[in-house]
Design a protein. Structure first.
Length: 310
C-alpha cells in the first residue's frame, strides 16, 4: 500500500469529504487521527475505518486554537509513534450577503478555516521538522476562493487565504522535504445538496447510482470519493515533486489552477495619471477584464428539476 507506515491527521473528518479523505488514507495504509466537534460522529468515523481494516483514533475538538492543534499532533505521536501527513479540511459556513454579515459570521468562518489551517499546519510542521523525514501538508480550498461566490465573503476570504498560505509554505518548507498543496474539490456535499442545479446528481448519489455524465464530465462534479484519490496521492512518496499547487478535482476531471498572473500589460512614459487612465483604460484593458464567480452551462432537459417551493 502506498502509505503503509505513514500517519495522518485529517481535520473535520467525521463525515462528508473529510471522512472520505480519512478512509482513503487508511485504505492506502496510513494510520489516521480523525477530528470532529461531535463525539458520536468522530467515534462512528473511527469505527467505519477500523471495520474496513484501517487504524484510527479520534480527537474531539474544534479547530482554530493552538491547543487543538497540539492535541491533534500529540494524538498522532502518542498513538502511532510519528506524523507524516496533515489534511486541513475542517470548515463551517455562515453564508449571507455583505451588508447582512455580522462580525461573528465573519470571525467564525475565518477562525475555523483560515486560523484553523494556520495553527494546525504550524504545529504539524514543528514536529515534521524535528522528525526530519519530510512530510505532506494538504489544505482544502474551494472554487469560491478561486473565483468568488455570492453571499460568501467570509468563506471566499478564508479559502483564498489558504491557497496564499500554501504557496508561501511551499517555499518555506522545501528544504525540509515537506510539500504543501491545496486541493480544490467539487463534490456532492451538504452545501450542494440544496442547490436545484445539482439536484439530479445529488438524487443519483443518494440512491447509490452513477451520476449523469453531464455532471461528472462536463462540470467535473462527483462524489466525495472522487476527491479522496488525489488527497491520498499528494500524501504519498510518489508526489514528492509536487508542491505549491492548487489542484482541482471532481467527478471525471482534474485541473491545475494557475497562479495569479497578469493578463495584459501596458506602459506609458511618465506613468498612469488619472487623465491618462480616463483616456486609455478602455482601449488598453477593456477587453481583458476578468470574470468573477462561476458560470454553469444550461442543464439538459432530462436533468431539469423543479425549484423547491417555500
Amino acid at each position: 500500500m502506498g502509505l503503509d507506515g505513514k500517519v495522518a491527521i485529517v481535520t473535520g473528518s467525521g463525515r462528508g469529504l473529510g471522512l472520505a479523505y480519512a478512509a482513503e488514507l487508511a485504505r492506502q495504509g496510513a494510520a489516521v487521527v480523525v477530528n470532529d466537534v461531535d463525539a458520536r460522529t468522530a467515534a462512528d468515523a473511527v469505527a467505519s475505518i477500523e471495520a474496513a481494516g484501517g487504524r484510527a483514533v479520534a480527537v474531539v475538538a474544534p479547530v482554530g486554537s493552538t491547543e487543538t492543534a497540539k492535541q491533534l499532533v500529540a494524538a498522532a505521536v502518542e498513538n502511532f509513534g510519528r506524523l507524516d501527513i496533515l489534511v486541513t479540511n475542517a470548515g463551517v459556513l455562515r453564508d449571507t450577503v455583505l451588508w447582512k454579515m455580522s462580525d461573528d459570521d465573519f470571525d467564525t468562518v475565518i477562525g475555523v478555516h483560515l486560523r484553523g489551517t494556520f495553527t494546525a499546519v504550524r504545529e504539524a510542521v514543528l514536529h515534521l521538522r524535528e522528525q526530519n523525514e519530510g512530510g505532506r501538508i494538504i489544505c482544502i480550498g474551494s472554487p469560491t476562493g478561486q473565483r468568488g461566490n455570492f453571499g460568501q465573503t467570509n468563506y471566499a476570504a478564508a479559502k483564498a487565504g489558504i491557497v496564499g498560505m500554501v504557496r508561501t509554505w511551499a517555499l518555506e518548507l522545501k528544504r525540509a522535504g515537506i510539500t504543501a498543496n491545496a486541493v480544490i474539490p467539487v463534490a456532492a456535499t451538504a452545501m450542494t445538496a440544496t442547490v436545484p442545479y445539482f439536484a439530479a446528481a445529488v438524487e443519483a448519489d443518494a440512491a447509490g447510482e452513477p451520476m449523469p455524465a453531464f455532471f461528472r464530465h462536463d462540470l467535473g462534479f462527483g462524489t466525495s470519493e472522487d476527491v479522496a484519490g488525489l488527497v491520498a496521492y499528494l500524501a504519498s512518496d510518489a508526489a514528492a515533486g509536487v508542491t505549491g499547487q492548487a489542484i482541482g478535482v471532481g467527478g471525471d476531471r482534474i485541473q491545475v489552477w494557475s497562479h495569479p498572473e497578469p493578463v495584459v500589460t501596458a506602459y506609458r512614459a511618465g506613468g498612469w495619471s488619472y487623465d491618462a487612465l480616463e483616456e486609455s483604460f478602455d482601449e488598453e484593458f477593456g477587453g481583458q477584464l476578468q470574470s468573477v464567480g462561476e458560470s454553469f452551462p444550461p442543464l439538459p432537459d432530462e436533468l431539469q428539476r423543479p425549484a423547491p417551493t417555500a
